[in-house]
Design a protein around this ligand. Structure first.
Ligand code: FE2
Length: 343
């Protein structure tokens, strides 16, 4: 078996490959590592056939949909997972074959209702059911401490004690553990009695993970993250540097339409000399009248350089083939003490 652990901060993903057939699976892929997984697969001579989420993640952005789409790989999840893009759904006890590797799905609800662990050879991929020195929390949507107690004490901890434990999170960089080591040393597993375990889990007072609502939204629906939307727009738009624009303004040689897409009050409070005002919210409605020549060079600016990227991408989609965005925004322009006017 070819095995590689790929961390993103405290989040862990794993790439498993069959040494004979070269088929591979990525477990709990993270959106930030898409190129990394493909790079590892290429280095090892593997083809990623499956991407698997052990559960609906609330704290990171799953790359399952994106990898599934770009690689033509199946997205594997629990039969009851809400994600609409999962096209290979497993129930408790079913086995997924990846080349000659066999991964057995074990339903282990508790951290979430759709949590599963996956058993292959000498390893157990525990998702957020069992962590090294901890367990998944049960206070996020569909979490259930009683179910987690059942899953841990009646399923996971009854497996072969020699199994290596590979969780979806490893905040302390522990790397590897075994079932036996967790039974002996994991503080949460010392509360073996059900009521005491539930009492402990319901009084952890953990902070909500960052990006909770956005991660749940994108992981459950297959929608884009805001940064993905911006990155997709930025990939289709050329940028112009602030000092290039400031030189042109100072020389009185703007030689392009400078389109300020901020709201009316912001524009009135100070804008770059020569700028034309067209708020982002009215762009599509007024574009034919305000920008009659689609061959003109248009440079879009906004307060922080993000809405201008989206607006420039929209203009290019509408046929303004020379639309570009200012690299930076009026905020940075102001902080650089470049001149603004209030005509
Ligand atoms: Fe989780």
């Amino acid at each position: 078996m070819i095995f590689e652990r790929i961390p993103t901060g405290g989040c862990q993903s794993y790439l498993l490959g069959c040494s004979e057939t070269r088929a591979a699976i990525v477990i709990d892929p993270n959106l930030a590592q898409i190129d990394h997984y493909q790079g590892v697969a290429a280095r090892e001579g593997l083809r990623i056939r499956y991407v698997l989420d052990t559960h609906t993640h609330a704290d990171h952005f799953s790359a399952a949909r994106e990898l599934g789409r770009t690689l033509g790989a199946h997205v594997v999840m629990n039969r009851i997972s809400p994600a609409p893009y999962a096209d290979f759904r497993l129930s408790d006890g079913e086995i997924l074959r990846v080349g000659n590797l066999r991964l057995k799905a074990l339903a282990t609800p508790g951290h979430t209702r759709d949590s599963m662990c996956f058993l292959t050879e000498d390893r157990l991929f525990t998702g957020d059911t069992l962590l090294i020195g901890g367990t998944g929390r049960t206070d996020l949507p569909s979490g259930d401490p009683e179910a987690l107690h059942d899953s841990l004490f009646n399923v996971v901890l009854k497996l072969n004690p020699a199994l290596k434990v590979h969780p979806a999170h490893d905040y302390k960089g522990a790397g590897e553990s075994t079932i036996a080591a967790e039974i002996a040393g994991n503080p949460r597993l010392q509360k073996r009695e059900r009521a005491a375990f539930v009492e402990m889990m319901t009084h952890l007072n953990l902070e909500a993970p960052t990006h909770l609502t956005e991660a749940l939204r994108t992981n459950m629906s297959g929608g884009k993250t805001v940064s993905q939307l911006l990155a997709d727009a930025a990939a289709t738009v050329p940028f112009v540097a602030m000092d290039d624009l400031s030189k042109r303004v100072a020389d009185g040689a703007l030689d392009m339409i400078l389109l300020d897409v901020r709201e009316k009050d912001a524009f009135a409070a100070g804008h770059i000399a020569g700028a034309q005002h067209l708020p982002r919210g009215q762009l599509e409605l007024r574009v034919n009248k305000e920008l009659p020549d689609p061959t003109k060079r248009i440079l879009v600016c906004c307060e922080f350089g993000k809405i201008s990227t989206l607006a420039a991408a929209t203009l290019r989609e509408l046929g303004y083939t020379r639309a570009a965005a200012l690299d930076g925004g009026i905020n940075a322009w102001r902080e650089s003490e470049l001149p603004l006017v209030t005509d």
